[in-house]
Ligand binder design. Structure first.
Ligand code: IVH
Length: 757
């Protein structure tokens, strides 16, 4: 009997998996819903009667009952890269030229062109044919585990039937692809949310991302997410081409987008891109371009990757979609740097997957140049996923009552005076304490690319700033002292505050480059911060950086040299004597420029514009330009130095350092407490709480104020409170100050002797 039950359960699982595949992957159902339900109920009953026979890969286990409390971090075995973009056919030809130049001469290059699905990228790990984990891309190196939610997607096979004809072992491999929501499902979801008075999603990609972060898989299952896979990576198996990869994925039962094309040359590629752009509107899901990939995996290997994107692939972004609408008003908003920028308040219009009711106008000069007035009919566009912009005014249809706008004289947020910086079109609120600036700076600081403080988003920051809890970055780390007050705020409560406080503690060990970016230094983006952090190990080193100094001077000298070049138009009519004097001065400057420029070229941050500097006789001003992937232009360099050398900057950094926030590159592997979470209770014999906390973070650990399953150690002193009982209950390791000190002093002595949790 039991054998029969086991057999029938296995048989039913296989039949149901097969029907799921027909229905959700191939869109060719074989049986009707009623027949399907019958099979499902039979399996469900057998499993309920024999719970010991339930396995996680059973079709009944797609939708788990438990909430996902935390989305654990997953480090990708192979980083998830992103793609460089191309916006026109020339860029694509350029890509092809670079590919062929990097490969052995006369190599034939084939390409595969695929649709670029506009969703959320994901990596699925299968071990022995069973789905083990699913993770988001995150920052490319580390993502979040979203297995429970991904299992609810019916086109994701939980178990693979690897047929004998597959020539690879495929014991442990990853498949990568894009999860998305169909446009119709997105609309229906938004309609439902509107009825419930909930906030609407801006587009299908946002609703997919939001859905994948839900804690309840039951809700996720209802949202009808879909997936297309485009890559299988198996360390032990050597595939030959991207085309084979796609075919293999399909053969294994994965959902593969059928629209891909193999092209013999770049002209064919361009034709396919044009065709894809045409079919864009006929698809029931969003795409934002095409992806062009070198077909041969051997060639891909030779080409390799630069920074975060491969040299063997490029995204071809479609032209921006445009729409007509009306300007209802022009308002001014204050950003985190204090920049006061005009915004067009628009008659809502649907464009490329979302409803647009506002568009940035960048600055007042732009309003003047485009002659945009209130009540005008305008053309707006959305390129890729960038913020919509007003392209032009339909002048022929300008109403007689259209109204010109003028820049504000006072900050719209705090009523302080407004400054216009030299050489800049932007207006700035001169008050660094302006609430809009404070909020903006804090939002940026806590954001994902920066300190990544989960839970500290726009709404909470607004609330905390308005209540006077937050003003500076360091205040964030003092929030733990206000726990009592915070948990009493309506809608917050103990649980959410405790997880916020532990996220705050965790952020102290963010990598150095993220910390640098988090400081919100004007003009310094993520890429620039990374470049600088690769070169310098401490904030002090950056403040004294000769490289950044070179960059600033290079720009100043070049500007000066261009203006005194005796052959420049403005100097042509000067007397011969004057020209000779200019020539001498110009030559001196050019030598300096070359010295600095060459230093920057040597470290790979800049490149020399060869055309200009070849001709030594006529001595044109040599030109150095920044490498695309370095992100440290002269403005960024200047503002980094200005900030780090200013009294205010020094004060902020000193305070952060004393709070144990990472302000230098740490040798991560040598950190004995890396990944360990500590909670403290009672009075320690020698160390104050502050001192103990600093020792923990200095050694790579984290301090949390509440005990939970994920706590690694409870550091307990005299008069320990209820935390001690809770730790015992949860089986958390309890250590004394003496044991703690012993552990951290082992760091330099014995590398293998790390604490085990
Ligand atoms: S290949 C290293 N193919 O676009 C190459 N990506 O920045 C990895 N995407 O996050 C990507 N459709 O999730 C590839 N057919 C496709 C894609 C695709 C969408 C997403 C991908 C990635 C982003 C590229």
């Amino acid at each position: 009997m039991a054998v029969n039950v086991i057999k029938r359960i296995e048989e039913l699982r296989e039949i149901i998996n097969d029907h799921d595949h027909h229905y959700y992957v191939l869109a060719e159902p074989v049986i009707n819903d009623e027949e399907y339900d019958k099979l499902y109920k039979e399996l469900d009953k057998l499993e309920n009667d024999n719970p010991h026979l339930i396995t996680p890969d059973s079709p009944t286990q797609r939708v788990g009952k438990d909430l996902t409390k935390t989305f654990n971090s997953v480090t990708h075995k192979i980083p998830m890269l992103s793609l460089a973009n191309s916006y026109n056919e020339e860029d694509v030809l350029d890509f092809d030229r670079k590919v062929r130049e990097a490969l052995p001469q006369n190599e034939k290059v084939e390409y595969v062109v695929e649709l670029k699905i506009d969703g959320v990228s994901v990596s699925l790990n299968y071990v022995n044919g069973v789905l083990k984990t699913a993770a988001t891309r995150g920052d490319g190196t580390t993502g979040e585990e979203i297995t429970n939610n991904v299992k609810t997607i019916r086109s994701v096979p939980l178990k693979l039937g690897i047929s004998k004809s597959v020539k690879y072992s495929l014991n442990d491999f990853e498949v990568r692809g894009e999860i998305f929501m169909k446009i119709n499902d997105f609309f229906n979801l938004n309609k439902e949310r509107e009825n419930l008075g909930e906030k609407l999603f801006a587009n299908p990609r946002n609703s997919t991302a939001g859905t994948l972060k839900l804690q309840d898989p039951k809700v996720v299952a209802k949202r009808r997410l879909n997936i297309f896979l485009y890559s299988l990576i198996s360390i032990e198996d050597e595939l030959e081409s991207q085309e084979e990869n796609l075919k293999l994925l399909k053969q294994l039962g994965f959902s593969v987008n059928p629209e891909y094309k193999v092209c013999k040359n770049i002209e064919e590629v361009l034709e396919v891109c044009r065709k894809f752009e045409q079919i864009r509107d006929s698809l029931d899901y969003e795409i934002d371009g095409a992806v062009i990939k070198v077909n041969s995996l051997w060639q891909q290997n030779i080409l390799g990757s630069i920074a975060k994107s491969p040299r063997w692939a490029i995204a071809y972004k479609f032209k921006a979609k445009q729409a007509f609408t009306f300007v209802k008003d022009i308002t001014w908003q204050v950003g985190r740097t204090g920049a006061v920028t005009p915004v067009a308040e628009l008659e809502p219009v649907f464009l490329a997957g979302s409803t647009i009711s506002r568009a940035t106008l960048h600055n007042f000069d732009e309003i003047k140049r485009k002659d945009i007035r209130v009540k005008d009919k305008v053309v707006i566009e959305k390129g890729g996923d960038v913020i919509p912009k007003v392209v032009s005014v339909v002048l022929e249809e300008r109403p007689t009552n259209s109204r010109e706008t003028s820049p504000p004289e006072k900050c719209p947020e705090c009523n302080s005076s407004i400054d216009k910086l030299e050489n800049e079109v932007a207006l700035y609120c001169e008050n660094p304490e302006c609430p809009a600036q404070i909020k903006g700076r804090l939002e940026h600081y806590a954001s994902r690319g920066a300190m990544d403080i989960e839970g500290l988003g726009e709404a909470l920051i607004d609330l905390f700033v308005d209540k006077g809890f937050l003003k500076t970055f360091t205040d964030i780390y003092e929030l733990k002292n206000k726990r009592g007050e915070l948990i009493n705020i309506e809608g917050l409560g103990e649980k959410s505050i405790d997880s916020l406080l532990s996220a705050i503690e965790k952020s102290k060990t963010q990598p150095f480059h993220k910390f640098l970016f988090a400081l919100g230094i004007r003009k310094l983006g993520q890429v620039g911060a990374q470049t600088i952090a690769e070169k310098y190990k401490t904030i002090e080193d950056i403040a004294n950086s000769s490289i950044l100094n070179d960059i600033v001077l290079l720009q100043e000298f070049t500007k000066k040299a261009l203006s005194i070049n005796p052959r420049a138009q403005i100097n042509r009519r000067k007397s011969e004597i004057n020209k000779q004097l200019l020539e001498i001065e110009h030559r001196k400057l050019c030598d300096e420029i070359e010295k600095m420029g060459d230093r920057l070229v040597r470290i790979g941050w800049y490149k020399k514009n060869m055309k200009e500097s070849k001709n030594k006789q006529t001595r044109l001003t040599p030109e150095y330009v920044i490498q695309d992937n370095k992100g440290v232009g002269s403005e960024a360099a200047k503002s980094v130095l200005d900030f780090l050398q200013s009294d205010k900057g020094k004060e902020i950094l000193k305070k952060m350092n004393s709070l144990g926030i990472r302000s230098s590159v740490e040798e991560e592997t040598r950190k004995i407490l890396k990944g360990k979470i500590f909670v403290m209770t009672g009075t320690l014999p020698n160390l104050t709480r502050q001192e103990a906390s600093e020792l923990i973070t200095k050694n790579g650990g984290m301090v949390s104020s509440n005990i939970s399953k994920i706590t690694s150690f409870l550091l307990a002193g005299d008069k320990a409170g209820s935390k001690l009982d809770k730790a015992k209950e949860l089986g958390i390791k309890i250590i004394s100050e003496e044991q703690f000190v012993k552990i951290i002093s082992q760091d330099s002595k014995n590398e293998d002797n790390k604490p085990k949790s």
